[in-house]
Ligand binder design. Sequence first.
Ligand SMILES: Cc1cc2nc3c(=O)[nH]c(=O)nc-3n(C[C@H](O)[C@H](O)[C@H](O)COP(=O)(O)OP(=O)(O)OC[C@H]3O[C@@H](n4cnc5c(N)ncnc54)[C@H](O)[C@@H]3O)c2cc1C
Length: 460
Amino acid sequence: MPHVQRHHGTGITAVVVGGGVGGIMTALECWRKGIQVRIFERSLKPETEGDFFSIGPSACKAFEHWPVAKEEHEATSYDFCLSYHKQNGEHIYGPVPLAVTTTNEAGETTTNTIRVHRHLRSKFQKVLLKQLTEIGVAIEYNHRAVKYDETNDKAIVEFENGVRVEADLVVAADGVGTKSFEVVTRKEVRARSSGYAIYRTAYPVEFATADPEVDSKFPLLPSGQSYAQMWVGPDMHMFISRTEDIFSWSLTHKETSADSAETWYGTHSKCTPADVVQFLEKTLGSCPDILRKVFNTTPEDHLVDWKILWRDPQPLWTSRKGRVVQLGDAAHTFVPSSGNGATQAIEDAMSLASCLEIGGKSNVPMALRVHNLLRNQAHRHHTNWGLVAQNPQAIKESYDRWLWAHDAEQYAYENYGKALQHLITGAPFKNTNAAPGYVYRAWNIDELLAKQEAGIPIEV
Ligand SMILES: Cc1cc2nc3c(=O)[nH]c(=O)nc-3n(C[C@H](O)[C@H](O)[C@H](O)COP(=O)(O)OP(=O)(O)OC[C@H]3O[C@@H](n4cnc5c(N)ncnc54)[C@H](O)[C@@H]3O)c2cc1C
């Protein structure tokens, strides 16, 4: 079996809270960089919920160091072609692979075909979990973090079951409802409703192909490749996709309920195909017959109406004494249609582990601050997640070179020293992991929604 090359031991101990994509990848990358790591998760066992998400090219770079996981990641991911349609199903163009206008290294404009790996969340989690098991790190389930704390030389996390764990650092990778705000910002930045929700589901393809019309309208491509249709209309868009083993559909729509619980699980309610038909009849006046047929292939209890939550961006992810750091959705939220949440969590993991390795055991707080500085710029620029619910094609535009070609590990190695100088002496430092020419302006969700309401274009 191909071997993972582990770096020299650093003597650093790390605790990761949260066994999602961000947490597991952090545990893997920390282990690889010679850090002793433990990982805790509140659920009782691995969670298989969820449907599809995207892993962008920048995150795929993490697998270069994990040969077995890389092979499985390639084998389990889906390569989609996409066609675009009006909300009544009328064809606009496609199917086409995800091709984007971008720039090459010489700065010339070119059209590239960028492979974005689409993954069924449950399969991707399994790939990561298997890798974790292979290196001998086991997730400690049934540990719900309730409090993060720190001293000058230790980070502490307390769990609901009374267990208290200390380490050189604690990584809060506990998702959008993280309990780490008290120690990081001293004030909670609550996740709130974006005003949109998604009816979403994924199930074995046999349920869908049992209806001959659904089978023929949503075929695999002649090459056997997975095929998705995007139907776009005012204030809503729909994805219907078919792979060799999974059929999936989702409908992003405006939601009116003020309810916004703060966990992935708590943000959705079970619903039925009849609810979706009723919704379309109410908003569009009718529901196309083929959609009614698609909805009706959904197995019982497989459909959820998932509220999209977001938080105002906040630049600080590291606690005052530099012992606790937020990572992934705990640090920054992305709406699902931006296709960026899992990708950014993986990039965070690569950056954090590299900074810790460079800084060493005696410089953990500074390493966390450098990581925060190196990563923050990129996230601040991803304002596209504000408009994708309205204009999902914005995701295409956002795959510019600076974004997809980024190597978070190499970036940390190359920029750690300069970022450190900046933090210690105030020497000038400018991140380069941002759209060329872009000048950051602080923003918040209310501002974004007001612009959207007034029809003012939102900068991507
Ligand atoms: C069950 C589930 C299903 C998902 N399905 C989809 C999907 O279909 N499409 C999509 O785009 N995105 C989905 N996501 C979100 C997506 O995985 C994340 O946006 C992205 O991968 C970033 O990962 P993360 O590790 O930062 O956060 P998450 O993936 O949300 O992981 C956070 C982890 O922390 C755990 N946790 C939370 N609070 C605590 C606590 N107090 N103590 C200990 N552990 C805690 C959670 O159980 C979870 O395992 C899903 C997330 C989850 C948890």
